[in-house]
Ligand binder design. Structure first.
Ligand code: XLS
Ligand code: NI
Ligand code: NI
Length: 443
């Protein structure tokens, strides 16, 4: 349990620490399923998820959209001095996270404090807020899951950062990443993320794709080498997304990023941070992306959220589909968990969710749903025939000629002769509906 901490002001007055009260509770400000200390399969719920709060959505995201300005008028966003304002915001963040029992947080450099166009001034500002965050972390027990640099909002990055055709812009990105890595290390961050929002193109007519991707790889190597030299032992994550804000992002999906990491010799240091809404934008289910990463030993961390079935953009809503989450947890449990990663709520409350309590409801609902999904997935794996049924589909490869094929001992003529000898195969059901019903029985 985290120590609740507030600054000079209490920003979420009237709301104490959210406690587990069990499924029968009708208290909207209590957990009904998420019980941090509860053991599930040899690990506490807290350790399974390592839930993290996304600083940018919860404390900077003010409800504005392309059609209208801010609707969330934050009391921590009032002071005119940027450092004083940033400290108020950090007070609010740690108050909220400690009241929510969130063990981790994640940030972009510019989420912590406003940046200017002067690199040395930005470095100074970030160091000031990092020192403040260190105090807050040790008072609350909250830790940094990952840090990152925002290389997509400033207008200089309109043509990309590490993939910008202008070396001067690339160098700026380097300066920003260096400071963000320094901040992550100073705060004991367990991972460092690269999401390449504008690392892609708007038109191939003006783009040398090969050169841009080589620059990106070189840039990642420099960042990794610098961090290792500074003693960083954590994992680097790439967060795939197919598009938005660019028309085409190079880190399209898990398979694309894995091929890139392999091509440029980055798989020892880098893994994947997968986001639900990015998977759906790429035309995949989230489970698909998780499985691809897990199969390569590169499942790192997740950004939990959801899209909207009727909208084709990254709406970043809080998760609320139990069935999908159970399938998600099945993949994660079978992969052996998230390691140094965690579950970061890269999600925002809606523009018209304007009560201070709304941020609590959003996190409570999602943490509860993850907990329910974990319990269901754990029981499916422990007590049902799910894994056996799947394995049985491949039984023909377990012995005889099938096993010889897997072991690389057959050639194409052997396949032909086997087929002639055995004749037409029996039809075998994939039993999809049966398995869907099996999962539903555990919800
Ligand atoms: C945007 C991304 C971003 C990353 C961090 O779509 O999800 O929020 O997680 O830069
Ligand atoms: Ni994300
Ligand atoms: Ni996103």
């Amino acid at each position: 349990m985290k120590n609740v901490i507030t600054g000079d002001l209490e920003f979420f007055k009237g709301i104490g620490q959210i406690q587990f009260e069990g499924p029968e509770s009708d208290n909207p400000l209590a957990f009904r399923w998420y019980n941090a200390a509860q053991m599930v399969g040899g690990k506490t719920m807290e350790a399974h998820f390592r839930f993290a709060c996304a600083y940018w959505h919860s404390f900077n995201g003010n409800g504005s959209d392309p059609f209208g300005s801010a609707t969330h008028l934050f009391p921590w966003d009032e002071k005119s001095d940027p450092i004083a304002r940033a400290k108020d915001k950090m007070d609010a963040a740690f108050e909220f996270m400690s009241k929510m029992q969130l063990p981790f947080y994640c940030f972009h450099d510019v989420d912590l404090v406003d940046y200017t166009d002067v690199i040395s001034e930005n470095e100074k500002r970030l160091e000031t807020l990092v020192a403040y965050a260190r105090e807050k972390q040790s008072a609350s027990g909250i830790r940094l899951l990952w840090g990152t640099a925002n290389l997509f909002s400033h207008r200089r990055y309109m043509n990309g950062a590490a993939t910008n055709p202008d070396f001067q812009v690339l160098a700026h990105a380097g300066a920003q990443v260096k400071a963000a890595i320094d901040a992550t290390i100073a705060l004991g961050g367990e991972n460092y993320v690269f999401w390449g929002g504008r690392e892609g193109y708007m038109s191939l007519l003006n783009t040398n794709m090969k050169r841009e991707q080589e620059h990106l790889a070189r840039f990642l190597h420099l960042a990794k080498d610098y961090a290792r030299k500074q003693g960083f032992t954590g994992t680097f994550f790439i967060e795939p997304k197919p598009c938005e804000p660019t028309k085409h992002q190079y880190d399209y999906d898990a398979a694309t990023v894995i091929a890139f990491l392999q091509q440029y010799g980055l798989t020892t240091d880098f893994k994947l941070n997968l986001e639900v809404n990015h998977a759906t934008l790429a035309g995949h289910t989230f489970q698909h992306e998780l499985q691809v990463a897990a199969d390569h030993g590169l499942l790192g961390s997740i950004d939990a959220n959801r899209g909207d079935a009727q909208n084709g953009w990254d709406t970043d809503q809080f998760p609320n589909n139990l069935n999908e989450l159970v399938e998600t947890m099945l993949v994660i449990l079978e992969a052996g968990g998230l390691g140094s990663g965690g579950v970061n709520f890269d999600a925002k409350i809606r523009r018209n969710s304007t009560d201070p309590a709304d941020l609590f409801y959003a996190h409570i609902g999602s943490m509860d749903l993850f907990a329910r999904a974990l319990l269901a997935a754990h029981r499916i794996l422990e007590t049902s025939e799910f894994q056996k049924i799947r394995a049985a589909r491949y039984a023909s490869f377990d012995a005889g000629e099938g096993a010889a094929f897997e072991a690389g001992k057959l050639n194409l003529e052997d396949l032909r002769n086997y087929a002639v000898r055995m004749g037409e195969p029996e039809t075998r059901s994939g039993r999809q509906e049966f398995l869907e019903n099996l999962v539903n029985r555990y919800l």
